[in-house]
Design a protein around this ligand. Structure first.
Ligand SMILES: [Zn+2]
Ligand SMILES: [Zn+2]
Length: 137
C-alpha cells in the first residue's frame, strides 16, 4: 500500500510505502516546544518508506529532533529522531481515517493527564526502545 501525506497548502507531498510501525500521541517536550501544542499525533515508518514527492521542504532543529516543514505554509511534515531507524510523520497529514493511535508516549512531560482508554507510557514502549513504564493516570 502506498499513500500520500500532504501539507494543508498542498505544496509538499510525501509518499509513504506500507503500514506504520506504530501510531501514537507524543507528549515530549520537543514536540510541545516546536508545535505549541500539548501533544502531537505521530505515525512511525521505516526511514526508507517515506519520500518527498512534491515541494521543497526545509529542515531545522530546535531542541533534539530535526524536523522538516513545508517552505510555504510552515507545517511540520515529519521528524527524524537522531539514531532512530524510523521517521515520524505527523498523523494529521495522513489521508482521512489512516491515523489510528494505539497509545500515548513520553507522558512524563504531559502538560495535563489525558484520560482515555489508550495506554499512557511514561517514556516509550519497550518495542520502541523504552521501558514500558506506565503513568498512573
Ligand atoms: Zn515528541
Ligand atoms: Zn504547505
Amino acid at each position: 500500500m502506498t499513500q500520500e501525506a500532504k501539507c494543508p497548502c498542498g505544496e509538499t507531498t510525501l509518499s509513504i510505502d506500507g503500514e506504520p510501525i506504530g501510531q501514537f500521541f507524543c507528549h515530549c517536550d520537543d514536540c510541545q516546544a516546536v508545535a505549541g501544542a500539548a501533544y502531537l499525533p505521530i505515525s512511525l515508518y521505516p526511514r526508507d518508506a517515506v519520500k518527498i514527492t512534491a515541494g521543497e521542504p526545509v529542515q531545522w532543529t530546535y531542541k533534539t529532533n530535526p524536523r522538516t516543514r513545508c517552505k510555504t505554509c510552515g507545517t511540520v511534515m515529519f521528524s527524524e529522531p537522531p539514531g532512530a531507524p524510523f521517521i515520524a510523520v505527523k498523523g494529521n497529514l495522513l489521508p482521512e481515517g489512516q491515523f489510528k493511535p494505539s497509545s500515548h508516549v513520553m507522558c512524563q512531560y504531559a502538560v495535563r493527564p489525558v484520560v482515555d482508554d489508550l495506554p499512557h507510557f511514561k517514556g516509550f514502549p519497550a518495542a520502541f526502545g523504552g521501558s514500558d513504564e506506565m503513568m498512573d493516570w
